[in-house]
Structure formats: C-alpha cells, structure tokens
Design a protein around this ligand. Structure first.
Ligand code: SF4
Ligand code: FES
Length: 219
C-alpha cells in the first residue's frame, strides 16, 4: 500500500490529503468549493472555511484520502456508532467505521475510519482502490444475497470491524456492520463474511472461490 500525503495548515487545523487514496471527484469539491478547488494552487485552501465546515466535509470523503487534526486539541475523528459497508456500483467497497486491516500474520496494515477497498482486482494500491476499475471497465451491481447474512444472529452494534487480508484471496470481515447496497437495501449483521477482491465472483460482493480459477494475485 502506497502513500503520497500532502498537508495544508492554518493556525487552527491541519488537513492532510493522500493522493494515492483519492479517487472520487465529488464530496469535497461539491461540499466546500472555496476550499477544495482542483483548478487552484494549492488545491486545498483550508483558510477559506471554519473548522466545523472543514471537519464535516472531510468526514464525508469516502476513501480516507482526507483527514484533519485540530491543533492544540486532542480531538480525533470518531468512528460512527455503527460500521457501514457500502457497495459502490461498478466500483469499490466503502467502509466507514472502526476499521482495522490486518495481514495473514495479524500485522496491522491500516487503522482508519474510512477506506475504499478494491473489488475489481486491478488496483495497483491493493487492498485499497485506486480507480483502476474505470480502465478495467469493471461491472458489478449493488445487489447481495441477504439470506446469507441472516444465518447468524446480530450480536450488537459498532466496535472494531476487523478486515483480514488473505493472500491472493478475499478479505474477511468480522464485527458488527450494516451492509448497504442501493439495489438490495441495508442489512444489519454480525456475520463473518469473505468479500471478493478479485473481481471474478458470481456471488458479489461475497467470495465464491473464483479467485483460484482466475489466478488472482493480491500484491
Ligand atoms: S472526497 Fe476524498 S476521494 Fe473524493 S475527491 Fe475529495 S479527497 Fe478525493
Ligand atoms: S476473491 Fe473474488 S471470488 Fe474469492
């Protein structure tokens, strides 16, 4: 996973932007066009908004490319009360919550409140999305089989949402979460599920073992 981070500061706040994680041309630019303007240099000008306006907009960046630190305050962005996994049509899987991504050896790769997980298999910044689904012309709707999630009772709400990366295989989600797909709706569950990240599953967003057949390489 690569990082190319830039920071933009005022007396009150520091905004960081990781170019490698920025894929989505809407939330920030549309939310605060005086601050986030790709035609200006620097493209982020935090002095043009209040701290509250900045933090509210930054929290809507679905990939975690944007973050903030409020100076002289030990205040960090908090995870929402419930973890939310959102299936994006023809694109990544967005996760908003108390996300902890680990490798097969249980090493922590990333802790964050917002991430965009690659599900087309083509990102050069795996496990995160880098917009490669566009060049790959990846097609995937936002439906999912609700019944697969209902085989176990809901255990609670919120808390850590663990994402375990299997080599050349799916990622395993463990914890409490709402799964959101525009076409199917929202299901609250606590079921451990393997999510496809090779792009080949016939039961998306879940894994069906196709990664072996297509020789998916996750590095
Ligand atoms: S909202 Fe985040 S991902 Fe989207 S353009 Fe802004 S910084 Fe990039
Ligand atoms: S990761 Fe795609 S089918 Fe298993």
């Amino acid at each position: 996973m690569q990082e190319k981070a830039y920071s933009y500061t005022t007396e009150e706040v520091k905004v960081t932007w990781d170019q490698k994680r920025c894929i989505h041309a809407e939330e920030c630019v549309h939310g605060l066009p005086n601050v986030f303007d790709p035609d200006k240099k620097p493209w982020i000008q935090p002095e043009n908004a209040s701290v509250e306006e900045l933090t509210n907009t930054i929290k809507r960046c679905p990939t975690g490319a944007l973050h903030y630190e409020i100076k002289n305050k030990d205040e960090q962005e908090e995870a929402p009360d419930q973890n939310v996994i959102t299936i994006e049509k023809d694109g990544p899987i967005y996760i908003n919550g108390e996300v902890v991504i680990r490798d097969m050896d249980e090493n922590i790769i990333l802790k964050d409140t917002r991430v965009a997980m690659c599900r087309c298999g083509k990102s050069k910044n795996k496990p995160l999305c880098d917009n490669s689904h566009i060049d790959a012309d990846f097609k995937a709707d936002t439906t999912y089989n609700v019944e697969r999630l209902r085989t176990e009772p809901v255990e609670g709400k919120g808390g850590e949402l663990s994402i375990k990366l299997f080599d050349n295989a799916p990622f395993l989600v463990q914890g409490n979460y709402d799964l959101v797909g525009e076409e199917t709706g929202t299901e609250t569950c606590s079921k451990k599920m393997s999510f496809c990240r090779c792009g080949g599953s016939q039961t998306k967003p879940f894994c069906d073992g196709s990664h072996k057949k297509i020789g998916f390489v996750s590095t």
